[in-house]
Design a protein around this ligand. Structure first.
Ligand SMILES: Nc1ncnc2c1ncn2[C@@H]1O[C@H](COP(=O)(O)OP(=O)(O)O)[C@@H](O)[C@H]1O
Ligand SMILES: O=P(O)(O)OC[C@H]1O[C@](O)(COP(=O)(O)O)[C@@H](O)[C@@H]1O
Length: 281
């Protein structure tokens, strides 16, 4: 919008992309949109092109920007939740999350082969800037011994305790999932803190999955979710919705005001963390 890099799209413009990751639109984070001058440029371009409505795809930041822009210039915007972090109030799942979880899971499964063959402890860092959703889901599905998430403090003493309990039951390998935003630090930092507290013969390794989780062929679930939410956002806009995000809750399409999606937390299900502990015994 700021660069005026706009072209008309028809149905065929999206043919043969359903199986691709990333974005053909090349829309991305923009520092300039955070300034009134940047948003003015965007508005002027939209005016010149007679564009009367917007669909914003992204997370909390995107919807904050969209809300500010809507308040300043009155252009109606409907959001579609696109973030691998799944940390948006107003939808059970966000576009990209399921693919990211499955990518992380595939990596965890592969790492498990080394962990169990060579009796090692692996700390695996998954993405989640402020959110433990990828960690908890990939951790449960990957049979992790412990999952560390930003929403709930897991003290280092608890990690040590979990490892020691495993050894007392003759468990020779362990997998601990650390969400990027965990309070105890990165997986490397957590591993460094653990090393000095456990048996010096413990063979500890760290893997950071990084941007592997942020691309690749989308899962069937994500393709269907993106199709439903894209259509939901478009039909909402045409029907006169504005400053809301299309989401799916209990399999129903719902619209939630941007204000709520931004302000309200989407708490992690702590019962799932409890389940990890039970299942890892
Ligand atoms: N306070 C704000 N005012 C205007 N634009 C914003 C604001 N916060 C975020 N944005 C816009 O949204 C973009 C995406 O925000 P970011 O937090 O990085 O990602 P996400 O949408 O995934 O949460 C930013 O690069 C910026 O262009
Ligand atoms: O690619 P960058 O800018 O390093 O961002 C990585 C960050 O983006 C996230 O993957 C979320 O990104 P999206 O909201 O765009 O899916 C975080 O989990 C991670 O911290």
């Amino acid at each position: 919008m700021i660069a005026g890099d706009v072209y008309k799209m028809e149905s065929h413009s999206v043919s043969n992309i359903v199986q691709r990751g990333g974005t053909i639109l090349k829309s991305a984070r923009s520092k300039e949109f955070m300034t009134p001058e940047g948003r003015k440029k965007a508005y002027d371009n939209l005016q010149a092109l007679e564009i009367e409505g917007l669909i914003a795809i992204g997370g909390n930041g995107t919807f904050t920007g969209a809300m500010i822009f809507g308040n300043e210039y009155g252009i109606p915007t409907v959001g579609a939740p696109g973030t691998i972090d799944n940390d948006l109030y107003g939808t059970d799942y966000t576009i990209g999350f399921d693919t990211a979880v499955n990518t992380a899971l595939d990596a965890i499964d592969r790492i498990r082969d080394t962990a169990s063959s060579h009796d090692r402890i692996f700390f695996i860092e998954v993405m989640g800037r402020d959110s433990g959703y990828i960690a908890i889901q990939s951790g449960i599905a990957g049979g992790a011994e412990l999952v560390m998430v930003p929403e709930v403090l897991t003290p280092i003493s608890q990690v040590v305790e979990t490892l020691k309990q495993g050894w007392s039951r003759s468990k020779s390998s362990s997998i601990i999932i650390v969400a990027e935003g965990d309070e105890e630090g990165s997986a490397q930092e957590v591993a460094d803190k653990i090393k000095v507290q456990v048996d010096e013969n413990a063979d500890i390794r760290v893997t950071t999955l990084g941007h592997t989780q942020r691309g690749g062929t989308p899962s069937a679930y994500d393709r269907i979710l993106a199709s439903r939410l894209g259509l939901g956002a478009l039909e909402g806009l045409i029907a006169g919705q504005k400053n809301v995000m299309a989401g799916i809750i209990n399999n129903e399409l719902v619209y939630t005001p941007f204000e709520d999606t931004i302000r309200l937390p989407k708490p992690i299900n702590e019962d799932l963390l409890r389940m990890v502990k039970i299942l890892s015994v």
